[in-house]
Design a protein around this ligand. Structure first.
Ligand SMILES: *Cc1c(COP(=O)(O)O)cnc(C)c1O
Length: 378
């Protein structure tokens, strides 16, 4: 057997003709910049997430960058976030001349720990005035503890940018009822990178918000800050979503919930079929239905590299997300952190592994993954 980490052909097969027809429609329309497909997708993604507005952008990275730009984050400002995420989360902060400030994760969920966030505010009173945003990441498809994070942010009047790149459709059981990722913060940032649960055929992203003035500002900043055309009261960039990608996404969006259910069923299957204590399966913070399992992450006490060789030799796809926490990245050496500063992130970087979880996996395939993994530890 050969089981890839992700099989995009399996996802494409049932929609291939529809996707091609939708892309052809854009080609024949000659509307290659913005246009009706982008507007329709913005409205549908916003509605899907339970947010008022959507701004289609070039990527998840640019969704984060645009959010920070719209909040006027700039030189010398501080932005609090997790040390353990995809690079973009911290990269966008530094690109604007702001300073990423890291707060360690909860070792069970891998999401920023609100207790440590609160402790940061208690211990850094003199720096609080410089904090311009907090970016929690809903890592692997499970929401960070938003009630706690929003309470802390609210106390200091700091906006929260949800990095929901891995969490479209993920839900959070807040005290006020179930909420979807991207509807709780000041903005929500989504990526349509092909490996996300809702992926396009290139790069794409979306910002969601409930804030009308901020929405209007992001719409301008997405197009060089122009309003009207060729008149610039502010400096933006070209962050426009490609309408061909919007067309692809409009075909896929109605299938998204059934894909989530497929991933949840696969996760439940793995959870009940791994038998060895050595393999720690993902911790469900809320309920299984709240987690969209963009990744299924196990934690291993030892020998991860040897295991990876064993899995590779047996054609079991896997990946490490992510091998180096931000505070240990070469490009962030200037921030002055050292190894040991964020032990939970460091542990996760050294001990976790992503396994195939895509919805089209059969029980036979999952059984093979479990067998090869447990065979190694036996
Ligand atoms: C994928 C991802 C991004 C960036 O999205 P792109 O579309 O690749 O730019 C940002 N944050 C997280 C957590 C991601 O997983």
């Amino acid at each position: 057997m050969n089981i890839p980490l992700l099989d995009l052909n399996a996802q494409l097969d049932p929609v291939r003709d529809e996707v091609k027809a939708a892309v052809n429609e854009v080609i024949d329309s000659t509307r290659y910049i913005m246009g009706p497909k982008v507007t329709e997708l913005e409205e549908k993604i916003a509605a899907y997430c339970g947010a008022r507005f959507g701004v289609g952008v070039t990527s998840g990275t640019d969704a984060l960058l645009l959010s920070l730009m719209a909040l006027d984050v700039g030189h010398g400002d501080l932005v609090l976030t997790t040390p353990y995420s995809f690079f973009a989360t911290a990269g966008v902060i530094a690109r604007l001349g702001a300073v990423p400030v890291f707060v360690d994760i909860d070792p069970d969920t891998y999401n920023i720990d609100p207790g440590l966030l609160e402790a940061w505010f208690k211990e850094n009173k003199s720096r609080i005035a410089k904090v311009k945003a907090i970016i929690p990441v809903h890592l692997y498809g499970q929401c960070a503890d938003m009630d706690a994070i929003l309470a802390i942010a609210g106390e200091y009047g700091i906006p929260v940018i949800e990095d929901a790149a891995q969490a479209i459709g993920s839900t959070y059981p807040s005290a006020g009822g179930k909420k979807r990722a991207g509807s709780m913060g000041t903005t929500g940032c989504f990526s349509f990178f092909p490996s996300k649960n809702l992926g396009c055929m290139g790069d794409g992203g979306m910002v969601t918000t409930n804030d009308k003035p901020l929405y209007d500002k992001m719409v301008k900043l997405r197009n060089h800050g122009a309003a009207p055309k060729y008149y610039h009261a502010m400096i933006g960039g070209n962050f426009r979503l490609d309408p061909m990608q919007a067309a692809v996404l409009l075909v896929k969006l109605p299938r998204l919930d059934s894909w989530h259910r497929g991933r949840q069923a696969n996760a439940a299957w793995y959870d009940s079929h791994f038998t060895l204590d050595a393999i720690k399966t993902p911790v469900i913070a809320y309920s299984r239905e709240d987690h969209i399992y963009n990744q299924y992450i196990i934690s291993l006490p030892e020998k991860r590299e040897e295991l990876r060789q064993h899995l590779a030799a047996n054609n079991v796809g896997h990946e490490v997300y992510y091998p180096v926490p931000f505070h240990q990245q070469e490009c962030f050496a200037y921030l002055g952190y050292k190894t040991g500063d964020f032990p939970h992130s460091e542990y996760a970087a050294e001990h976790t592994l992503a396994l195939p979880i895509y919805p089209e996996l059969t029980d036979e395939m999952k059984g093979y993954v479990v067998e090869k993994l447990e065979e190694f530890y036996r």
